[in-house]
Design a protein around this ligand. Structure first.
Ligand SMILES: Nc1ncnc2c1ncn2[C@@H]1O[C@H](COP(=O)(O)OP(=O)(O)OP(=O)(O)O)[C@@H](O)[C@H]1O
Ligand SMILES: [Mg+2]
Length: 368
């Protein structure tokens, strides 16, 4: 049994309302850093509020260390939560803000002092303990909120988009900071975001959610390279995966994925998975970095089309090329190095190392 188990968890806000969380099942190990990732409204906040006890569940169970917590009060659950609007109390000093939850627990003064010091050291605000929130930057206030959450030494640390109010640079440095605190405290953490790069850079495992359901659970590389559904392939990665409508055609021993403007000989490793799709339409997805181009239009293994480069967007370390293939007018290609290529150049496009994804049009599930 895992440390935290979510079993058939359900949520409706009203008796006849829609299922906002639809039969969620998830096991989390002690010490893991889990990220809930999904678009606005998919049920991320609702789910962690049910774990923290701020929201009632409509069905299912949540256990920690084998014991159900759903009938416990929030403060009996050993859970700390940080919210998107990291409410720190403006009329209290930083010290009092951090000490507050410990005072509620009626701990001895010495103990409180020791723990506030330790929490402030972990977030590197030990020099600010006498200040009031108004005298600090957004990032420093955020650290106060983090200190207040970790000072109770929670079994479970829940964070709901805690970085979304910070500027881009601070957001990136706070990511590292939060991971460092997580590791130092040995806590088990769930971090909510709709920012896929935040999820990729922080998570041990990402839980990709969509419309109240889990689309995929996996390490950052698993959800990226081995996306389980079309939604995951589209949502994760910048620029996003390129999609094409393709028909599966069988010719002798070969299988082709053909569509407007391209013809791709499918690698034999995918033959058995695709055999049942002969004569049918499927979605073909290729990530921008898995398209290789040859400016002299030579054709090699993995060839799928000729194209003309419409736009070049240099990014310093690499370039993003934009081209049109069939009905998809906005196909993006991520080059390996900075590539000095002119607008209007005719190229041949190849799928790198067979890194193509096929999806069933009806279920949106990966065919593999
Ligand atoms: N108190 C409530 N009463 C009724 N419906 C609610 C309530 N809170 C949330 N919802 C609905 O439940 C759905 C999920 O909301 P939730 O806040 O969990 O989404 P989220 O994934 O956290 O989104 P965001 O990224 O925008 O924060 C939404 O459709 C929302 O409108
Ligand atoms: Mg939310």
């Amino acid at each position: 049994m895992s440390y935290l188990e979510i079993k058939n968890l359900q949520k409706r806000y009203t008796a006849k309302g829609p299922l906002i969380v639809d039969n969620m099942n998830l096991s989390i190990e002690k010490g893991e850093f889990i990220v809930f990732l999904g678009p606005s409204g998919c049920g991320k906040t609702t789910t962690i509020r049910m774990i923290s006890g701020l929201e009632e569940i409509s069905g299912g169970d949540i256990t920690v260390d084998g014991e159900s917590i759903v009938n416990k009060l929030p403060r009996e659950r050993g859970v700390s939560m940080i919210f998107q609007s990291y409410a720190v109390w403006p009329h209290m000093t930083v010290y009092d803000n951090i000490a507050y939850p410990l005072k509620l627990q009626k701990l001895p003064k010495d103990e409180i002092k020791k723990r506030v010091q330790a929490a402030a050291e972990a977030t590197e605000i030990q020099g600010l303990l006498k200040r009031y929130p108004a005298q600090m930057s957004g990032g420093q206030r955020q650290r106060v909120a983090v200190s207040r959450a970790i000072v109770v030494e929670p079994r479970l640390f829940l964070m709901d988009e805690p970085l979304s109010n910070l500027d881009a640079k601070l957001r990136v440095s706070m990511r590292t900071e939060l991971k460092r605190i997580h590791t130092k405290q040995g806590s088990t953490s769930i971090f909510v975001t709709h920012d896929q790069s935040e999820a990729m850079s922080m998570a041990d495992r990402i839980v990709v959610m969509y419309k109240g359901k889990i689309e995929q659970i996996g390490t950052p590389m698993e959800v990226y390279q081995d996306s389980a559904t079309r939604f995951v392939a589209e949502f994760i990665g910048t620029p996003p995966t390129n999609f094409f409508d393709a028909s599966i055609v069988r010719e002798g021993q070969e299988i082709y994925a053909r569509g407007e403007g391209f013809d791709y000989k499918v690698p034999s490793s995918l033959h058995s998975a695709l055999a049942g799709y002969a004569g049918k339409e499927i979605d073909m997805g290729i990530r921008p970095e898995y398209i290789d181009i040859l400016p002299d239009q030579r054709k090699q293994d993995g060839y799928f089309c000729d194209a003309r480069i419409d736009f070049v967007e240099p990014q310093g370390s690499h370039s993003i090329l934009i081209t049109e293939i069939g009905a998809n007018k906005n196909v993006k290609i991520h080059t390996v190095d900075h590539m000095d290529i002119k607008q209007g150049t005719k190229v041949s496009c190849h799928v790198k190392n067979g890194m193509v994804m096929f999806f069933d049009k009806e279920s949106s599930k990966r065919i593999k």
